[in-house]
Design a protein around this ligand. Structure first.
Ligand SMILES: [Zn+2]
Ligand SMILES: [Zn+2]
Length: 103
């Protein structure tokens, strides 16, 4: 009686471990995503906003605090002063020069 009851327990345990092992295998592979836009961009450039992507506050709102901290911020246009073409039309030339050539 005692021996019989042990075996099904072990089998159940092995089955449970085996199942959870299978589940884990299907988890990875769903990671690479949202990388399409970045790989196609030739350089550090946000064509949409006409500034380098690495300082584009409209694409990276996290950067806003940094610019504000430096005092480089145009409240009126919600842009770093150093990127605000409305207030500093001269910047257009500067960014035009930074723009990766191609199109
Ligand atoms: Zn942008
Ligand atoms: Zn401005």
């Amino acid at each position: 009686m005692k021996c019989k009851s042990v075996i099904p327990g072990v089998v159940a345990l092995v089955a449970a471990v085996g199942l959870s092992g299978c589940e884990k295998k299907s988890e990875p592979a769903a990671k690479p995503a949202a990388a399409d836009n970045q790989t196609t961009a030739a350089a550090d450039w946000c064509a949409e906003h006409g500034v380098p992507e690495s300082i584009c506050t409209r694409c990276n709102p996290k950067l806003i605090a940094e610019f504000k901290q430096k005092g480089d911020w145009c409240k009126e246009h919600s842009l770093p002063e150093s990127q605000c073409l409305e207030c500093n039309p001269d910047l257009k030339e500067k960014f035009e020069a930074m723009k990766p050539k191609g199109k």
